[in-house]
Design a binder for this molecule. Structure first.
Ligand code: G3I
Length: 369
């Protein structure tokens, strides 16, 4: 029964992909394009093409969405979109709730997906006991250590990697948050130290990552800050504390790097000895639905992400932050009219970006960009 459902979903996806309109109008060249993005990534020597999942979100209620998400030929990795965050997992101090996060772990394991665990320390989606507590540097560090240690021990080797610290930079400065205010800049390296100690004590092989947005542009002030203050800062404590960097890649059609820029910055991170993941890729259009020009630009951006990753040995894979527009976190009402950032439009209609992903993994020119 399950097989039938999966095949039906894939058939729908394949049909949609082959019907993707191209800029040149040439449908025949597209007919052989595979929609099995993960298989294409593996064939190209990478570890995955993945897709995040929020089991608290509407996408989880969509049978078709989940049938496609479940197909390990299409997506070979996932990231819990929300459910491992502090507000869900430790809603009261010392009281942990793993129920929602465990569901994603189970779904990932059932479908053979690697799991990028996300995240341990971030200024957003914190429970009020953290944001409103009366802390000293020592008591907040102890709470942070307990959270990190308990999470790492609970999920163990079901995580391929952990985003230990998320979005600690805003422009060329540390993001203002409770950890910075109470502990100071060292909270970043301390979080990695606690994570490393937990991994060592548990004998796990999980890789420890820093994850951020807007760090995909070589020479940009934020990129330089992350390299010099955060990544090198953690390594100055001990190079063993950090194994990778996640480039979120939340882009828009008029704000995205070229494939060459992605490759250049990914290589710069690799040169620090770090593994690189593209972790939350999506590309918003300025208006919805995307017009023809925006669809081509969006395809170009997705193509650039994959091609850039392909060019760098230490880039392990690409993960999209959802794959159908109607379920994306980016909705026009709350984003100045911008939206539709995924490779599939509402109602699962394939966009040029879906072909671009297949073309990039296949190492062929982008016909839809
Ligand atoms: O849980 C409540 C629910 O009870 C309520 O009914 C509903 C009404 O809006 O809101 C629900 O909470 C929402 C939550 O997602 C779960 O769906 C929040 O309002 C909403 O703000 C929250 O958004 C998440 C966002 O992180 C928070 O910053 C997105 O789903 C999630 O995709 C997004 O993910 C982040 C990454 O973790 C880090 N990088 C950026 C990325 C995009 O912002």
């Amino acid at each position: 029964m399950q097989l039938t459902f999966n095949l039906a979903a894939v058939a729908a996806l394949a049909a949609a992909a082959s019907a993707t309109p191209t800029k040149t109008g040439s449908l025949s060249a597209r007919a052989s394009l595979s929609p099995y993005y993960h298989d294409l990534a593996v064939d190209a020597g990478k570890q995955w093409f993945g897709c995040a999942l929020d089991t608290t979100g509407a996408e989880y209620q969509s049978d078709l969405y989940m049938q496609i998400w479940n197909d390990s030929r299409i997506f070979g990795s996932t990231t819990p979109g929300n459910t491992q965050k502090w507000m869900y997992t430790e809603p009261q101090q010392g009281v942990f709730d793993f129920s929602q996060a465990d569901l994603t772990v189970q779904l990932a394991q059932q479908t053979g997906k690697k799991l990028r665990c996300h995240n341990l320390v971030w200024s957003s989606q914190l429970p009020s006991w953290v944001t409103s507590g009366s802390w000293t540097a020592d008591t907040l560090a102890a709470a942070m250590k307990n959270h990190i240690t308990t999470m790492i021990n609970h999920f163990g080797d079901s995580c391929y990697s952990w985003d230990v610290v998320n979005e600690a930079a805003s422009g060329d400065a540390f993001t203002d948050n409770i950890f910075l205010q109470v502990i100071g800049e060292n909270y970043v390296a301390m979080a990695f130290m606690y994570a490393y100690q937990a991994v060592q004590a548990g004998g796990y092989s999980v890789k420890l990552f820093y994850n951020d947005y807007g760090i995909e542009f070589p020479g940009d002030p934020k990129t330089n800050f992350v390299i010099n203050k955060i990544l090198r800062g953690v390594q100055a404590w001990d190079p063993a504390y950090i194994q990778g960097v996640g480039m979120e890649s939340h882009w828009s059609t008029d704000y995205h790097p070229s494939a060459e820029q992605v490759a250049t910055i990914a290589q710069a991170y690799a040169d620090l000895g770090l593994e690189v993941h593209i972790t939350e890729l999506d590309v918003a259009c300025p208006t919805v639905p995307c017009d023809a020009a925006a669809l081509a630009q969006q395809a170009d951006a997705y193509y650039a992400a994959v091609k850039g990753c392909l060019a760098v040995d230490k880039c392990a894979g690409v993960t999209v932050w959802g794959f159908v527009d109607q379920f994306s976190w980016i909705q026009p009402e709350s984003n100045d009219g911008k939206g539709d950032p995924c490779i599939f439009a509402d109602n699962f209609v394939a966009k040029p970006a879906s072909s671009a992903v297949s073309e990039a993994w296949s190492g062929i020119a982008c016909d839809v960009c």
